[in-house]
Design a protein around this ligand. Sequence first.
Ligand code: NAG
Ligand code: NAG
Ligand code: NAG
Ligand code: NAG
Ligand code: NAG
Ligand code: NAG
Ligand code: NAG
Length: 615
Amino acid sequence: VITAVSGFVLLTVTVVLGQYGWGVTYTSTQVCAFKGATAEIRCTFRYPSTINGRNTRVVKKFWFITHKNNEPVDLKTDPEYSGRVQYQCENNDCTLRITDLRESDSAEYKFRFITNDPRGKYSGSPGVTLTVTGPQLQVHVRRSTVNSYSNWKELTCHNNCQLPDQSSYIWYRNGHKLSSDEQYLHLNTFDSADSFHCAVKGYEIFPSPTVYAPKLPSVSVSPSAEIVEGSSVTLTCSSDANPAASYTWYKEDVINPLIYQNQHFFFSILPSDSGKYYCTADNDLGQKRSESRTIDVKYAPKLPSVSVSPSAEIVEGSSVNLTCSSDANPAANYTWYKEDVINPLSYQNQHVFSSILPSDSGKYYCTADNDLGQNKSESRTIDVKYAPKLPSVSVSPSAEIVEDSSVTLTCSSDANPAAKYTWYKDNKVLATRQKNVYHFISIKLENSGNYSCKSENQYGQKNSTSLSIDVQYAPKLPSVSVSPSAEIVEGSSVTLTCSSDANPAAKYTWYKDNKVLSTGQKDVYHFISIKLENSGNYSCKSENQYGQKNSTSLSIDVQWKSKIIIMNIIRLTLVVLILIPLLVLSLLTRRKKRILLKTEPNEPVEMTEVYSHPD
Ligand SMILES: *[C@@H]1O[C@H](CO)[C@@H](O)[C@H](O)[C@H]1NC(C)=O
Ligand SMILES: *[C@@H]1O[C@H](CO)[C@@H](O)[C@H](O)[C@H]1NC(C)=O
Ligand SMILES: *[C@@H]1O[C@H](CO)[C@@H](O)[C@H](O)[C@H]1NC(C)=O
Ligand SMILES: *[C@@H]1O[C@H](CO)[C@@H](O)[C@H](O)[C@H]1NC(C)=O
Ligand SMILES: *[C@@H]1O[C@H](CO)[C@@H](O)[C@H](O)[C@H]1NC(C)=O
Ligand SMILES: *[C@@H]1O[C@H](CO)[C@@H](O)[C@H](O)[C@H]1NC(C)=O
Ligand SMILES: *[C@@H]1O[C@H](CO)[C@@H](O)[C@H](O)[C@H]1NC(C)=O
């Protein structure tokens, strides 16, 4: 039991108080002492040796902590201190001694003296602060820093108030007393589960706190709810340890520590910050690693990417997959759209055409959705290639086609890529070209015929049906011909023909000596029995909607029939006249020969004129 222990000096600054020769000097201003011990507070005081010519004499000296009626109360009269206070004063030196200290004795103590002069009173202020406690022990740890193989540690039992030199110590490991009674405890080996504390003998009820290596650190994440990209997140590591632990944060698969603090702070967390985190807690007695904590940063879908399979050319009838993918957490839901089509095509990341059609060509895009938002891909153009569809030939102008006009034939065929065209006339190749038109600047008769076209690309070819082109034209110069072409005799049958090429067929007008004879469809003018008065100059006019042409005229000269009879009589007479001498000669030579003379009768014919026209 400590009995002879005085107060322990904390601060040894000597303070001189007073003025004009008055003063109190305390040897220390802070004193700390254990409960139950004895504290001593000492001072010296001074005063002028004379006041107003009278020798000064001290009549009262005491210590106080409180006032009553504005007068300091002598500690000796305080019942709380009764029997525990002594003043030991000698000359200008006075010591306050308090025994059996209590915690309630903690206070500021001041010394006061009163002289024989009524004004000669003096208190030393500020006074001395006494602190009564149990021993305030701390175990201080020092450890080997040489290398990781030497693992010694040195523990020191340390007190805030200086302990008396003769104090002896008690060390405890895991609550069990060790044999050492030194202030220092040297450990060559150390089990991280061990804990230590110390006490001062006689004051076992005031042990030091226990020191131990860090316990398993716990990790907390704030906010504790879902972590969304861009939010601020704090990871906090805490571990029970004495001395207090220092902390280090790590991310798995990252070699270097993130930060040497108990908190790791993300101002604006990124998807790439997702991962497993752990911390370590260290003190001089050891280290402990926390369990790993998974941080899963949620985020809205990133820009979706579109892939088309096959990536090469897409041909009608083939199978095509559109695939949408977007980085998102949680995983996105996908929707496929076609531009200009209001309703979605499908609600999957793949949109599959099992047999794609030309009409499927167009721009496609997809959207990716999750709880945190939506994102839309760029549009992707799908261009479905296909062989030409059945071509058709059209003509412009679509009305009748007239010689020398400009005419355009167009072959219409749907194809991707655009077709190459071959033109046929009457099944013979006319031209091969890129364009789907065939142009006549000035169409001719010989261009009439059946036209067709073939449309062709690398995926196939198709023939059109044929279109008939019939070039129309005004009559060509007509010519009049007569049949029979020999001499025309009165009463014979004669046909005049007007020959004129025209499309459509011409209408004919017959003229005799520039006067209209007949108008009609026919190109012939027929006399069943021609008369003398039918002689004249005949011409015809050939005419259709595109024009008309006059023929040159043909002169018809009808011969008189009686003139022919006379001519025949004359011929006969001449013959007879020639034959008689021959006959006589013959009779003379061959008497018995009969002379036979025969002539053919020339019967008259009734001549009638027949018109072939309706009027
Ligand atoms: C879509 O993703 C891109 C980049 O991934 C991002 O910049 C953009 O803000 C996102 N759009 C929406 C609407 O979330
Ligand atoms: C398209 O996707 C389907 C189903 O995923 C698959 O069976 C098919 O082989 C794919 N086709 C192509 C051309 O990638
Ligand atoms: C995604 O699709 C699933 C299944 O169809 C559905 O349960 C979920 O609600 C959808 N999520 C979103 C964000 O649309
Ligand atoms: C198209 O018509 C041309 C001419 O008649 C012929 O030579 C060719 O073989 C035909 N092609 C097809 C694909 O029918
Ligand atoms: C044109 O076609 C029509 C009917 O297909 C046929 O009667 C005519 O003889 C053809 N013309 C030519 C010049 O082949
Ligand atoms: C054709 O001849 C007739 C009769 O001589 C005449 O009246 C007409 O004007 C002529 N027409 C032409 C186009 O020369
Ligand atoms: C017929 O034409 C010829 C010459 O072209 C002419 O000499 C003759 O007089 C014409 N005849 C009549 C009846 O006009």
